[in-house]
Design a protein around this ligand. Structure first.
Ligand SMILES: Cc1cc2nc3c(=O)[nH]c(=O)nc-3n(C[C@H](O)[C@H](O)[C@H](O)COP(=O)(O)OP(=O)(O)OC[C@H]3O[C@@H](n4cnc5c(N)ncnc54)[C@H](O)[C@@H]3O)c2cc1C
Length: 362
């Protein structure tokens, strides 16, 4: 089977569907080529401001399912006692906690309403850029499928599945790995994000629905023992030592199943070239401590849609300027990340903190 479109988007989540929505407003014909997410639902916490970013691409954030309003956060990050931050009175509105599976499904439905074509289950095998078009070849339900587009977008998250097939490289700036579990929430678990620095990493806990909470420990992969059984035992031991996290998950997560998620800071080089561009985590993935991956993916989608519309109309200037801005954006992020870690100073500091405080991340 063969399909021809203006823009082919590889991915199926926030970046991909936000871009499909933003492009629909420019009258661009798009196809979203996706596979369902197989990762842990991270329980993302969105700081105030996401509503405005969503509406800048034509999306009514309040209409999406899977997000729960939260009025602040509570942290043990460089202070002897917990510090509470309230979002009440923030001009940008409230924060939100995401139940990611429900949220993604709702976003896909919204993109469908905007009229983008969707092919779920596409397995990309080869990508090539010809003179005026990009050709993605793969399979759909074991049958061959070829998608030809004037421009292809890599929105496949940290795998950067399209960019890497077109010769781009992923550069990792650390070895951060998340170990998380979902379990029943205790009464003490209000809607706020809880954040806590630990001797060899840090924790967060986010309630994602009425009665469930996700608790995640982040550390460097080389500081962990090999094998899931040992990692699970370490996770439980570390959880017991926390002051804000353990009390939010009932049964001490005794029976919960542990998931791992790549959380490294990643940079794709190049970020795009003739015939393709990467957005969202495929282009640059941030440390979860920044709490900004979702809003970044939506913002990327908005500015990339404008640049694509100009490019398809024969003006490549906005696309070239967008790509040129990306490196300084990533450098600013790395500086912010360093400042956040410097501010944590937990009383006991292991190798994890030495690396972050001396700029010697592997
Ligand atoms: C532990 C953790 C905690 C986080 N916490 C927060 C937080 O609190 N706040 C926040 O804002 N952000 C947070 N983030 C970051 C946030 O999850 C990401 O930035 C966001 O998911 C990026 O969206 P994306 O659409 O670019 O990529 P993804 O969400 O990774 O989506 C990529 C999509 O592409 C699909 N795909 C992959 N390969 C292929 C392929 N070959 N073909 C077709 N489709 C493919 C996947 O199935 C998926 O649907 C966190 C991340 C982690 C790891």
């Amino acid at each position: 089977m063969k399909i021809e479109v203006d823009v082919a988007i590889l991915g199926n989540s926030v970046a991909a569907n936000s871009l499909a929505i933003a492009l629909a407003r420019t009258g661009t014909e798009t196809v979203v080529l996706g596979t369902p997410r197989r990762n842990l639902s991270y329980g993302e916490h969105l700081k105030p401001g996401v509503t405005a970013i969503a509406s800048s691409i034509g999306l009514d954030f309040a209409s999406l399912k899977g997000s729960r309003i939260t009025h602040g956060n509570l942290s043990l990050w460089g202070t002897p006692e917990p510090v509470a931050v309230s979002y009440l009175g923030y001009p940008e509105g409230s924060g939100h906690n995401l139940d990611r599976d429900v949220f993604d499904k709702s976003l896909r439905t919204a993109a469908n309403r905007f009229g983008s074509l969707r092919i779920d289950g596409f397995k990309i095998l080869v990508a090539r850029v010809d003179k005026e078009q990009t050709v993605l070849t793969g399979t759909l339900n074991k049958c061959a499928l070829q998608v030809t587009a004037k421009l292809a977008v890599d929105a496949s998250g940290r795998s950067a599945a399209l960019g890497r097939r077109l010769g781009a490289r992923v550069i990792a700036h650390d070895r951060l790995l998340a170990l998380g579990a979902i379990g029943p929430a205790t009464r003490e678990c209000d809607t706020r994000l809880a954040l806590e620095a630990a001797p060899d990493g840090w924790w967060y806990a986010v309630p994602i629905a009425e009665d469930r909470v996700i608790a995640v420990f982040l550390t460097d992969s080389d500081l962990l023992p090999a094998g899931m059984a040992k990692r699970c035992a370490l996770w439980k031991d570390e959880l017991k030592r926390t002051r804000l996290i353990a009390s939010r998950m009932s049964q001490g997560a005794g029976e919960t199943y542990l998931h791992q998620a790549d959380s490294r800071s990643l940079w794709l080089t190049p970020q795009g070239a003739r015939g393709w561009i990467a957005i969202g985590d495929a282009a640059m993935a941030f440390d979860p401590i920044s709490g900004s991956g979702i809003t970044k993916a939506m913002a990327d989608a908005g500015e990339t849609a404008e640049a694509i519309a100009c490019q398809l109309a024969g003006d490549g200037g906005p696309m070239a300027r967008l790509l040129a801005r990306r490196r300084s954006r990533f450098e600013s992020y790395l500086a912010e990340r360093a400042a956040i870690y410097r501010a944590a100073t937990p009383p006991e500091r292991g190798e994890f903190w030495s690396r972050r405080l001396t700029h010697t991340q592997p």
